[in-house]
Structure formats: structure tokens, C-alpha cells
Design a protein around this ligand. Structure first.
Ligand SMILES: Nc1ncnc2c1ncn2[C@@H]1O[C@H](COP(=O)(O)OP(=O)(O)O)[C@@H](O)[C@H]1O
Ligand SMILES: [Mg+2]
Length: 330
């Protein structure tokens, strides 16, 4: 499959801040690609450059064979766009929203009704076609937006955090919608996300971005292998006891990483046995701990492995907890 997006040595600076730091990335036709990263990582900046809305400081992006910086209008014809902020017209009905957009994209009048019906069906909003978009839930608005971006049958759709803030049910509906148009119409999908789970379940390939740098790239299973971790054993304890906990890890052959409030290590296939040994060791040494647990690698573990630090929140402070969403919502 040919590359529908080519990003070469892309750099974007805002004053002294480097938002995108030398990214190289190719996306093939037919892929569902996820750009995964915490808040402030540089996801929207990258996407906006791909859309020709922002000029790169240096480097080059080609979308569908067109240099986005030189000829954004030509390339945008082939692209569906879903921005980070929802932009449906509240005082128009679902159908009217789609109609206006269809005219904007010069869909021939004789095809418009068919395309609107298709989009409403895709968004599971057929029964709401005459309802005002302003009365819709966040998830319904988002679905309307995604299907709107698909109405003019683009080859490629770029979505900036399409599911952030949505509940599980709406998120799943958007995933299904994206899977369907990818499979049935071979639409290439480039989306950004803060959710590891989303990238994992939906995307064929994932790029992890942090501080404007692409720090990992591969299929979900390749990334897991690259990280080489399974069954993370975690013991949280008072700061004063962390050193003793780490020593206990070492004494049973684990390779611990000590953070501000916990010690972790990959347990691998013998993790259950290791936990038993660890509990024995900790109790025999009378080390006071708060909690002991085991989990599959989360984005924090991936991050820890790749960057040596935990996922940051927006302020740049390290976050203590863990979860599948990067840097927020803990
Ligand atoms: N127009 C701008 N002017 C100055 N700084 C910006 C601008 N847009 C984004 N940034 C900064 O660039 C970094 C990356 O932002 P962004 O691409 O929005 O990240 P993400 O979408 O991954 O949350 C952040 O530190 C952000 O504050
Ligand atoms: Mg963003």
C-alpha cells in the first residue's frame, strides 16, 4: 500500500517552545493510525500542520501526494476533518447540519439526500434527523461530527481526540463507526488519542508522542513486545520503606524501579509465583507496605520504560496514579 501521509523531519516551534520535535512518520493507505500522547505532547500541532492550518518551522508534510504547505486546498478536498472542539450548529437539526456541510463540499444536489441518509445511519442518528443538534448529548454531537466529516467520501479522515470526554458507550459507537468506514470504504484514519486502550483496540499502528518527539512506533503487539513487559508487580509504601521494598524485589530476582510512592517490576510469566515470594519476603522482614498488586502494562508503564518518567499532567508535574488515560482523569 502506498503512503497517503508522509511526514519528514517535521519541526514546529512556538517561540522558545518546541511543540513538534523532528517527527518522521509515514502512514499507509487503509491504515487506522493512532497518535497517542498526553496533553501538550504535540498531537494537535502535528495534525494542524497536516491540514495546512499551521506552517511548519521546518520539515515537510505530504498528504495524498500534495505538499500541504504549498497547496492545502487541493489536498483538503480529499480529507475529512474532525477537530478537537465539537462544531455542530446547535440551532440546526441533524439533517440541516449535514445539508449545509454537503453544500459546502459541493456534493451534487441529486446525491445529497442519499449521503445525508448514509451519514445519519452511520452516526446512529436516523431517528433524530429532525431534532436540533443543540439538544444532543456530547456523544451524539460527536457522532454527528464524525459522520459529517465522512459525508463527502474522503480518502482520509483526520480526527483530533474524537472520543475524549465521552462515556464508554459513545466511545464504542465511534470506534464501530470508524472501523466500519475503514473496512467498507477503505478510508484511511489518522486519529489522536490520550487513551492507551483506544489506540490498542482500534488502531493497526500506534505512534507514541511525548514532548513533540515520536518515542515509539509499531503495531499494538509490537509495542508490547518492545516494551517487553507483562504482569507488572507493584508495591506501594511509605517513602521511608521504599528502599527496603526494592531490596525485597531484588532478593527474589526482580529488577525494581523505585518511584516516589511505589516500587514496580515486570513479573513476566512467573509473576504469580513471584508475588507469593515477595509477600513472604516482605512479611518476614516486617516491612510495612500499603498495597501490593499486579496489572497488565498501562501507558504509565510504557512511559516509565521508554522515558524513565511517569506520565505528566498538563502542568508538567508527575502524576502518581495510573490509568488508561494519559495524564488526566485519574
Ligand atoms: N499557538 C500556540 N502558541 C504557543 N504554544 C502553543 C500553541 N499551540 C500549542 N502550543 C503548545 O505546544 C505544545 C503542544 O500542544 P498541542 O499540539 O496542542 O498538544 P496536544 O494536542 O498533544 O495536547 C503545548 O505545550 C502547547 O501549549
Ligand atoms: Mg490536542
Amino acid at each position: 500500500m502506498p503512503d497517503i501521509i508522509k511526514i519528514e523531519n517535521l519541526v514546529k516551534r512556538f517561540g522558545s517552545l518546541t511543540a513538534v520535535n523532528d517527527i518522521n512518520l509515514n502512514i499507509k493507505e487503509g491504515e487506522i493510525f493512532g497518535l497517542l500522547g498526553p496533553n501538550g505532547a504535540g498531537k494537535s500541532t502535528t495534525l494542524n500542520i497536516l491540514l495546512g492550518l499551521l506552517a511548519p518551522t521546518s520539515g515537510k508534510v505530504m498528504v495524498n501526494g500534495v505538499d500541504m504547505h504549498k497547496d492545502p486546498h487541493a489536498a483538503r478536498e480529499e480529507i475529512g476533518i474532525v477537530t478537537q472542539e465539537t462544531v455542530v450548529e446547535a440551532e440546526l437539526t441533524a439533517e440541516q447540519n449535514l445539508m449545509i456541510f454537503g453544500r459546502l463540499y459541493h456534493i451534487p444536489p441529486e446525491e445529497l439526500q442519499k449521503d445525508i441518509d448514509f451519514a445519519l445511519d452511520l452516526a446512529a442518528l436516523t431517528n433524530f434527523r429532525n431534532a436540533y443538534a443543540g439538544t444532543f448529548s456530547g456523544g451524539m454531537k460527536r457522532r454527528l461530527e464524525v459522520s459529517k466529516a465522512l459525508m463527502h467520501a474522503p480518502k482520509l479522515i483526520l480526527l483530533d481526540e474524537p472520543t475524549t470526554g465521552l462515556d464508554v458507550q459513545n466511545r464504542t459507537q465511534i470506534w464501530n463507526l470508524l472501523r466500519e468506514i475503514n473496512k467498507k470504504q477503505n478510508v484511511t484514519i489518522l486519529m489522536t488519542t490520550q487513551y492507551l486502550e483506544e489506540a490498542d483496540q482500534l488502531c493497526n499502528r500506534i505512534g507514541i508522542i511525548d514532548h513533540g518527539k515520536l518515542i515509539a512506533l509499531g503495531t499494538p503487539s509490537e509495542l508490547r513486545q518492545k516494551i517487553g513487559m507483562s504482569n507488572i508487580i507493584e508495591v506501594s509504601a511509605n517513602k521511608d520503606n521504599l528502599q527496603k521494598v526494592a531490596a525485597a524485589f531484588k532478593s527474589i530476582g526482580l529488577n525494581p524501579t523505585t518511584l516516589s510512592n511505589k516500587v514496580t517490576a515486570a513479573g513476566g510469566s512467573s509473576a504469580t509465583k513471584k508475588i507469593e515470594l515477595l509477600i513472604k519476603e516482605i512479611s518476614s522482614k516486617k516491612i510495612e507496605i500499603q498495597n501490593i498488586s499486579m496489572h497488565e502494562p498501562t501507558i504509565d508503564d510504557v512511559f516509565l520504560k521508554l522515558t524513565g518518567s511517569q506520565v505528566r499532567d498538563e502542568s508538567g508535574a508527575f502524576t502518581g496514579g495510573r490509568g488508561s488515560m494519559m495524564g488526566r482523569g485519574r
